[in-house]
Design a protein around this ligand. Structure first.
Ligand code: DER
Length: 234
């Protein structure tokens, strides 16, 4: 089973399980969510499915519009039925690393105002511990003026390296949809972290906007597996 087919299976299964007529859906960001939106569009065409989609990024907004799905926002729909989104890694306690695509802030906000957060991912995201498979670190969205002291404080307190995320197709750092910068903190996997404590401590650092640690937020995770099945964890 290819990675892309695994993503597609997980996304289709999640949509078929949780989405029905008049659902207000948060639409995540990244590559796996593309398949979920593909399924929503297919169900709209074939079964006249009527849903409202609230984006978590510029990319998600483009996906919704290009698939002719109804676009909504938090002002119109402050309570969503569910958000479907990807993840960079999922540990055995359903703690997530998100933000590999740089969209963690709006993703966490939209997920936070949804009754359920449904994660869709391929088998490479399925880990016992954070860092087992995803080596790019925990994304942290920061105000540009404060990135250096935040970087230093994280490294002093927790070791590892908090690196400013640089653009590949533009000179300089990645600028998020919200005008901020991202530090990717590669933490020492030799240590055991209390992720809830770490998350709270980092979020208290002046200038930190949000972290890519999603703790106690996932209602369900759908993993597309190597053998072509879908592993569901609740
Ligand atoms: O940036 C993000 O949070 C994305 O949702 C990411 O976590 C998953 O992206 P992928 O579906 O392309 O692996």
């Amino acid at each position: 089973m290819s990675i892309e087919e695994a993503k597609r299976l997980a996304a289709f299964k999640a949509v078929d399980t949780f989405i029905q007529d008049n659902t207000i859906i948060g639409v995540g960001s990244g590559s796996t969510i593309v398949y979920a939106v593909e399924r929503l569009a297919e169900l709209k065409r074939t079964k006249n499915l009527n849903v409202v989609c609230v984006p978590t990024s510029f990319q998600a907004r483009q996906l919704i519009l290009s698939n002719d799905l109804k676009l909504g926002d938090l002002e119109q729909y402050p309570k969503l039925n569910c958000t479907i989104d990807g993840a960079d890694e999922v540990d055995k306690n359903l703690v997530l690393i998100k933000g590999g695509g740089g969209c963690l802030l709006q993703e966490k906000i939209i997920a936070g105002y949804s009754e359920k957060l449904i994660i869709v991912a391929d088998y490479n995201k399925d880990s016992q511990h954070l860092g087992d498979n995803y080596k790019k670190g925990i994304p942290i969205e920061v105000l540009p003026l404060a990135y250096k002291p935040i970087q230093m404080r994280i490294q002093e307190k927790y070791r590892g390296s908090a690196t400013l995320r640089m653009s590949k197709m533009k000179a300089g750092p990645v600028i998020t949809d919200n005008g901020n910068l991202i530090l990717d903190w590669v933490f020492p996997t030799s240590e055991t972290f209390n992720w809830d404590e770490v998350n709270k401590t980092i979020k208290m650092m002046p200038g930190v906007i949000e972290t890519g640690l999603f703790i106690n937020m996932a209602h369900a995770v759908f993993f597309g597996t190597k053998d072509g099945s879908v592993k569901e964890i609740y």
